[in-house]
Ligand binder design. Structure first.
Ligand SMILES: Nc1ncnc2c1ncn2[C@@H]1O[C@H](COP(=O)(O)OP(=O)(O)O)[C@@H](O)[C@H]1O
Ligand SMILES: [Mg+2]
Length: 299
């Protein structure tokens, strides 16, 4: 289990490094194996920063990040189990080399002792696991493959490791609609295989329905999280309601309206609870919407 406990990220601002900007503010949730957690929020809400902290690509300013109870220490051993896939698959390949070079890098780093023949078999299996035909994709240059194929090869690359968690950051946003569905089906397969997936998205795409649990982020803070059916079926926070009401348009990011109605939990007097969130029903947590600068997690 991957656990975030009041995880905070302050970026330095200004050339003299005097100021800072809190991009992620005391975010707490966990992600289990065999489950998809979707992290939803509009552009700039801090989703990628959370993904990058989990992947050790940027430091955690405050709070703790643990994998199976142990503090995360990014390094070779950690990356055996936790890997990321990002929005733009093209940027992960060197156009000069064949796309399968990404597999050779894994072999060099993790499995130098595996004989060539066995390695080739493992690669083929991983490629089939991502619903690609090895004959059609291996030995090709990146420009000869589609974005969806390149994206799936990166997932196959991750599968060559003893993967337990995959951070998928906007992986379908650059894909066309039909390829998008293929990649989402693949995530469903991975979940069936026991992997944990953090599915980061800026829109209420189909992917959100794959998720057992949903975390709604706004300006670096969680406004609502819990079982997907509860969060979407019975949204408590006005921001979540606005988000659900705004009709998602294909390929266009939505921006929820800024005006917020009052929230039921303020009237009930609740704050505190789980990381400042109120438990509205079992497995469903909401931030108070009526605090100054609503949507923030109370200290
Ligand atoms: N390296 C950085 N330095 C300073 N600010 C950053 C950096 N990366 C992201 N930010 C800021 O942090 C906020 C959250 O960014 P990000 O995590 O990329 O959001 P999202 O993925 O939800 O769009 C944004 O306001 C962004 O401008
Ligand atoms: Mg992002």
């Amino acid at each position: 289990m991957l656990t975030l406990d009041r995880v905070t990220k302050n970026y330095r601002t200004g050339t003299l490094g005097g100021g800072h900007f809190t991009a992620v503010d005391r975010v707490s949730f966990d992600a289990r194996t065999g489950e998809v957690v979707s992290l939803i929020g509009e552009s700039g809400s801090g989703k990628s920063t959370i993904g990058r902290m989990i992947l050790g690509l940027t430091s955690v300013s405050d709070g703790t990040l643990t994998l199976d109870g142990k503090p995360v220490k990014a390094g070779k051993e950690y990356y055996r189990h936790v890997q990321g896939v990002f929005q733009d698959p093209f940027s992960c390949y060197n156009p000069v080399f064949k796309a399968d070079r990404v597999f050779a890098q894994i072999r060099q780093a993790y499995y130098p002792q595996v004989p060539a023949k066995e390695w080739a078999e493992r690669v083929e299996r991983a490629v089939r696991d991502v619903r690609l035909d090895p004959g059609a994709v291996l030995g090709k240059y990146p420009h000869q493959l589609s974005g969806g194929q390149l994206q799936r090869l990166l997932i196959a690359r991750a599968l060559l490791l003893d993967l337990t968690f995959l951070v998928a950051d906007e992986i379908t946003s650059m894909l066309d609609a039909s390829t998008r569905i293929d990649v989402l089906n693949l995530l469903a397969d991975l979940k069936e295989r026991g992997l944990g997936v953090l599915y980061i998205t800026h829109d209420l795409s189909l992917g959100t329905y794959l998720a057992e649990r949903t975390v709604v982020l706004r300006r670096g803070r969680i406004v609502e999280r819990g079982d997907t059916q509860k969060v979407f079926g019975n949204p408590q926070h006005p921001y979540t309601r606005t988000l659900l009401a705004s009709v998602p348009r294909l390929n266009l990011p939505w921006t929820a309206a800024e005006s917020l109605e009052t929230c039921a939990f303020h009237a009930a007097g609740g704050r505190g609870g789980d990381g400042g969130l109120q438990e509205s029903e079992p497995g469903h947590f909401v931030a108070c919407a009526q605090l100054p600068d609503c949507g923030r997690t109370p200290a």
